[in-house]
Design a binder for this molecule. Structure first.
Ligand SMILES: [Ca+2]
Length: 224
């Protein structure tokens, strides 16, 4: 799996730290180097986030195990939300913007927690003039994605008869039989929330077929 941006940030800070330690006095101290590596705010997206049809600007600042997301709206006050990993070893990172629910405007996905291959994303959406968390279909706070030798999990956005669908697919490999099994749960968006419409078994016949279910299959978001 591609190394996450969060880990890139940590690695970058570590490299800066080593470089600063080895450098003669007069340059940045290790603490300053880490600070400099983390505290740079940048524009990550220009898109309509609040759904009013006008392009907004999304800025992100990461560091100290948090990400601060700012939306400069074309019209209306600036919105901010800070997301933390809850762990001193995990640095959340920006992932992308995409339409993830049935409302107008884009949702903002941030990788907030991760393991060796498991990724947990927090999704922000504008509601009643505030940036709030958009829970995953099914009700969980974070959107789970995975990809490893024995597991694939992810989300796929599609349309059926003009209606938005979001499917969650999870398959795991049984090492005794060498077979994959799992399920796909499909949701539709109606009346401001997700409704489960279908769940069926998945039995991919090969690793390759199983891995197709892993990651984001949503326009605008990197797969991992
Ligand atoms: Ca807008």
């Amino acid at each position: 799996m591609k190394r996450s941006a969060g880990r890139s940030v940590i690695l970058g800070a570590f490299v800066a730290l080593v470089a600063a330690s080895a450098a003669p006095s007069g340059v940045l101290s290790p603490a300053q180097a880490v600070h400099a590596a983390h505290e740079q705010e940048r524009v990550v997206k220009r898109a309509d986030v609040d759904g009013d049809g006008r392009t907004d600007v999304v800025r992100v600042r990461d560091g100290d195990n948090r990400v601060r997301v700012t939306v400069d709206r074309a019209r209306g006050r600036t919105l901010r939300r800070t997301l933390g990993s809850g762990s001193e070893y995990e640095q959340p990172s920006w992932h992308g913007a995409a339409n993830l629910n049935g409302r107008r405007g884009k949702e903002l996905a941030v990788l907030t927690r991760y393991g060796a291959h498991s990724l947990f994303f927090s999704v922000l959406t504008v509601r009643h003039g505030k940036l709030v968390l958009q829970r995953a279909p099914g009700g969980k706070k974070t959107w789970f994605v995975d990809g490893a030798a024995w597991i694939a999990a992810g989300w796929k956005r599609s349309h059926e008869h003009g209606h938005l669908r979001m499917s969650y697919r999870l398959v795991t490999k049984d090492w005794d039989t060498d077979r994959w099994h799992g399920s796909a749960t499909k949701y539709r968006w109606a009346k401001h929330r997700w409704h489960r419409v279908d769940k069926h078994a998945l039995r991919p016949h090969s690793d390759r077929a199983a891995f197709r279910y892993g990651g984001w299959r949503v326009k605008g978001l990197p797969r991992y």
